[in-house]
Write a protein that binds this ligand. Structure first.
Ligand code: GLN
Length: 199
């Protein structure tokens, strides 16, 4: 299959790599621009977005990542990865930047800290039955959705936790921690359909 990258600056990148390998993808970890150049799709994992931001700039990856996103690279961001893909970050640390791409604002730690972590089943119409079992850990919430982005999922109270825009997909929660990999499958199908490296 195509080569898929997992941004491996910080966070739970190994779990994402295992899911993608189960689809038959050739998975590489991405820490340098040369590695980014080899991939047809990228997952940005959960972790700590302020750290991922800082390291991506230190490693000279932030600008190449922004360029790849603008050129249509399929990217799936979970939790901190969703924050990295948001055009606007609310409650970031001082000077925190994102890569952007998704026409949304996200609020970091919107549900509170580690002890406010929770799991819930969410109906995602685009994925059909059964509902997705979603794990939220110091999760962000999508606070505003611009007209270029579309909502894939929301909590019962209406708070948005899954969005899509072109080749960009983002979830507040962590499917790599469950056995339900339909979001990764949706991303990987997009990778297969886009054939980014060949374009
Ligand atoms: N709270 C973290 C952040 O702001 C995200 C938590 C996670 O990725 N599980 O980056």
């Amino acid at each position: 299959g195509p080569t898929v990258g997992v941004l491996a600056l910080q966070g739970d990148f190994r779990e994402h790599a295992a899911v993608l390998r189960s689809f038959g993808a050739d998975v590489i970890t991405v820490r340098r621009p040369e590695e980014l150049e080899r991939v047809s799709g990228l997952v940005i994992p959960g972790g700590e977005s302020s750290v991922i931001d800082k390291l991506s700039r230190m490693f000279g990856l932030a600008d190449p990542l922004k360029a790849a996103i603008a050129a249509g690279l399929p990217v799936y961001g979970t939790c901190a990865g969703l924050i990295m893909l948001a055009d606007t970050v609310l409650d970031g640390i001082t000077g925190q930047q994102s890569l952007g791409g998704l026409d949304i604002s996200v609020r970091r730690n919107a549900f509170g800290g580690q002890k406010e972590s929770f799991e819930v089943d969410i109906d995602i119409a685009e994925l059909g039955e059964p509902p997705v079992h979603a794990v939220f850990i110091r999760a962000p919430v999508v606070e505003t959705v611009g007209e270029r982005a579309s909502i894939l999922g929301a909590l019962a109270d209406g708070r948005v936790i899954a969005v899509e825009q072109g080749n960009l997909l983002g979830t507040s929660f962590h499917p790599e921690m469950t056995d339900d990999h339909r979001f990764h499958r949706r991303f990987y199908d997009r990778v297969l359909a886009t054939d980014f490296a060949a374009s």
